[in-house]
Write a protein that binds this ligand. Structure first.
Ligand code: ZN
Ligand code: ZN
Length: 373
């Protein structure tokens, strides 16, 4: 079968011929790939800044944002049969008996760091015609989400974050009613999303649909389809070329939530300075090597203590986040059909993957489609 792999030794990224995977355990499922989204992580792997092949291999098959169709299932598989649509999670548990997170099936909270990640760390990914996976790592996709389900994995970043901050936003302030329904979690609160890439935009959609008064802040200037999207979901876009963080704080008032989706350390530190009282700051971007910046840690500590602030890092994601991402995709499709129709910038054949990954992304999400014309 064909696959796209990064070869760290020779610094090559190309289409390769791989042996077809086979079901070797009763709990395994054979998948035919349909859509694979590409993102900044793939670009980092293909520029050899990130990513590790499986032990003993000279290459890593990339691809972690997958939608697939089940073609065969092992004898012990109960939840899936041929024809079902699935999205796999990315992380696979470490083997240490003492890792309570992995042993409980929550490898996104792995303590040891010896987890593997398909298409990223020590496990081949999904940018291949076929793959085999264990049943427990797959999530069933309703058939009517076929066109957009490739967005599930990037959406789980915001879903997991919102799942965690819900508790902090609802149970921590003693004057709030902990029984507030989920759709109103953000009612009366403001959220500032940093970044207008796919993670930021999907995050803004999750926050806006949870009732937050949502702002998106990035460098981009209009006209831009991404800025149009922000307006279409009822959020407000502000360009960093037109307003500073201090201007933003003045405009928004108290900033209750910052959702960082850039991975830019300087930008994040500046934003931390304008986080409001009782505010939560969520970090989702993974910075590469960046210029050293000066900071005033005493001021940050003072603010965090005196304003009851929370700084939360989060990596995606467990089964709960995949389930809520699929529910939200369905909700988004009903609430903002025109927006959802623009999320996928285009579908391209496998052969174009290396150029698309290494090039400048156009539109919101670029997808490699195995049935592309
Ligand atoms: Zn990704
Ligand atoms: Zn672990």
């Amino acid at each position: 079968m064909k696959a796209v792999a990064a070869f760290p030794g020779s610094h090559e990224v190309r289409v390769t011929e791989q042996e077809d995977p086979r079901i070797s355990q009763p709990d395994q499922v054979m998948l035919r790939m349909l859509d694979i989204g590409i993102c900044g992580t793939d670009k980092e792997i293909c520029t050899f800044e990130y990513g590790t092949p499986p032990p003993g291999d000279d290459h890593l098959v990339i691809g972690h944002e997958a939608l697939a169709e089940v073609v065969a299932a092992g004898s012990a598989v109960e939840r899936f049969r041929a024809g079902d649509l699935v999205v796999p999670s990315v992380r696979r548990p470490c083997v240490h008996p003492g890792c309570l997170a992995c042993r409980a099936g929550h490898q996104d909270y792995c303590y040891t760091g010896d987890f593997r990640e398909r298409g990223i760390k020590e496990a081949h990914g999904y940018l291949a015609e076929y793959a085999v996976d264990q049943e427990r790592h797959l999530n069933l996709v309703p058939r009517d989400l076929r066109e957009i389900a490739v967005l599930t994995e990037p959406l789980t970043i915001a879903e997991k974050a919102l799942g965690q901050i819900t508790w902090m936003m609802q149970q921590r302030p003693p004057w709030l009613d902990p029984e507030t329904p989920g759709e109103e979690r953000g009612e009366g609160l403001s959220a500032l999303v940093l970044g207008i890439g796919p993670v930021g935009l999907l995050g803004a959609m999750v926050l806006a649909s949870a009732g937050f008064t949502t702002y998106v802040y990035s460098r981009e200037l209009p006209p831009s389809p991404r800025i149009d999207l922000v307006a279409a979901i009822g959020a407000t876009y502000v360009s960093s070329q037109a307003a500073t963080f201090a201007d933003l704080a003045e405009k928004i008032g108290s900033i209750d939530l910052v959702y960082e989706a850039v991975g830019h350390s300087h930008f994040a530190l500046e934003a931390l300075e304008v986080l409001g009282t009782n505010g939560i700051f969520v970090l989702t971007g993974v910075p590469g090597i960046q210029a050293f910046v000066e900071a005033d840690p005493a001021r940050l500590m003072r603010d965090m203590v005196l304003k009851n602030q929370v700084l939360l890092g989060t990596v995606n994601a467990g089964a709960d986040a995949f389930a809520s991402a699929l529910r939200n995709l369905d909700a988004f499709r009903r609430r903002w059909p025109a927006v959802v129709a623009t999320l996928i910038a285009g579908r391209y054949p496998l052969e174009q993957a290396p150029d698309l990954i290494l090039g400048r992304p156009a539109g919101i999400k670029t997808v490699i489609a195995f049935d592309a014309p």
